[in-house]
Design a protein around this ligand. Structure first.
Ligand SMILES: CSC[C@H]1O[C@H](OP(=O)(O)O)[C@H](O)[C@@H]1O
Length: 414
């Protein structure tokens, strides 16, 4: 098992190595794909072998550095049909074109466009290829390191905020949380955003001991407030929840019960462990707090409102679009119909559920048709949750809540 979505070897700053985990093969197969050029990143991002707003930005940024270093290899100098290596302004203009192409791979997740904008600014203000190489190396290292440290900070910010809120409600005891899609290590540089809060809540519940009465010592009323169950949603049609989030929770040995997207209301109503919050990620948060996130998030927010369950969006500043004023201006990416009509997975023995191996003794990847090939489908990758349904936006700078007029004030992030 590996939760490392991106393997970045930075030991040789002049000759980095980048590999990405092929998430289309999870949870049964761990396979890494090398990234040498911008085209490699475009391909793995477009077909969602790599996904998750922060991870997309990191892979995209790394691919530009990999291409810039690839250009400089003696073995490649005569093959760079696309670049005139003798002319820095030519290289710059060609790189800008390639970066524009890369940004079109997944238009809704703002992290990628935010990073590529910053890289273009560096490019425009650098006099030589060598200097750009060095500045870009520093940029991508900071992007990755900041993402990981921000995720850990957000995890603790979200966990502490929820536990404090439950205490103010007078709630004590065990509780569960809901999450949708995958927002963990497989979507970021590590730890995760919404799933990072789950990791922090779990760590806190573990630090309270196993919770079982210690013989006669523990009085009943000292039972502590702690997370004891996570309910990840399957997240049709790409199944990030069942294939990726469940994989991460099993890896971390965090108690989880996978449910389908259609089970949310009935699970909340019947769960023996009260469900006290939903934590979701974001692909783009705009100025008023409206949030683009995986399709199904809007529905989850409505259900949480109905049951009085707190609904949190968890995302770093790099996911905030500080220009767009409201969610109805967000371009929502539509995926190809076949990704809905066909389910991608691994062929398994239907009794043992063990993977069926191919001639190379590797798990056999498979696609299963679940709808008539000629039926029309609608396949938006995201929906927009209005800020009215969001109780808090968890960031590395704290948890933002709405003012007495019901508005988020996110300017403090900038
Ligand atoms: C921290 S990942 C943010 C976001 O990205 C996911 O979308 P996708 O799997 O299509 O890249 C999902 O919406 C997550 O919430």
């Amino acid at each position: 098992m590996s939760l490392e979505a991106i393997k970045f070897d930075r030991n040789e700053p002049n000759q980095i190595s980048v590999k990405v985990l092929d998430q289309l093969l999870l949870p049964y197969t761990t396979k890494y794909i090398p990234i040498h050029m911008i085209d490699d990143a475009y391909r793995v991002i477009k077909n969602m072998q790599v996904r998750g707003a922060p991870a997309i930005a990191i892979v995209g940024s790394l691919s530009i550095l990999a291409e810039v270093q690839f250009l400089q290899l003696d073995s490649q100098k005569l093959t760079q049909w696309f670049y005139d290596l003798s002319d820095w302004s030519n290289i710059k203009s060609k790189l800008l074109q390639r970066i524009e192409f890369l940004s079109s791979s997944r238009p809704t997740a703002v992290n990628l466009s935010n990073s590529l904008t910053e890289i273009c600014q560096i490019l425009q203000n650098t006099p030589t290829l060598l200097e750009f190489d060095s500045k870009l190396f520093q940029y991508v290292c900071k992007l990755i390191d900041d993402d990981l440290s921000n995720n850990i900070t957000m995890g603790n910010n979200g966990a502490e905020y929820l536990l404090e809120s439950l205490s103010q409600d007078g709630f004590q005891g065990e509780f569960g949380v809901l999450t949708i899609c995958n927002t963990g290590s497989l979507a970021t540089s590590g730890y995760g955003t919404a799933l990072g809060v789950v990791r922090s809540l779990w760590a806190k519940s573990q630090s309270l001991g196993d919770g079982k009465p210690q013989a006669k010592k523990q009085k009943k009323d000292t039972v502590s407030t702690k997370l004891t169950q996570v309910f990840p949603l399957e997240t049709r049609p790409y199944n990030q929840g069942s294939r990726l989030t469940a994989y991460e929770l099993v890896h971390d040995k965090i108690p989880a019960t996978l449910i389908t997207d259609s089970m949310i209301s009935y699970k909340i109503k019947t769960s023996p462990v009260p469900i006290k919050a939903a934590f979701v990620g974001a692909d783009r948060i705009v100025r008023n707090g409206d949030t683009a996130n995986k399709i199904g998030t809007f529905q989850l927010a409505i259900i949480c409102k109905q049951f009085g369950i707190r609904f949190f969006v968890v995302a770093p500043k790099t996911t905030v679009d500080n220009v767009t004023t409201s969610g109805d201006q967000i371009v929502v990416e539509e995926r190809k119909p076949s990704e809905f009509r066909l389910v991608t997975g691994t062929a398994v023995d239907y009794v043992s559920e063990n993977a069926i191996l191919n001639s190379l003794q590797e798990p056999e990847s498979a696609k299963v048709g679940i709808a008539p090939p000629d039926v029309n489908v609608w396949n938006p990758a995201f929906d927009i949750t209005p800020h009215e349904l969001i109780d808090g936006i968890v960031t590395e700078k704290g948890v933002f809540t709405k003012d007495d007029k019901g508005n988020f004030q996110l300017d403090e992030l900038f």
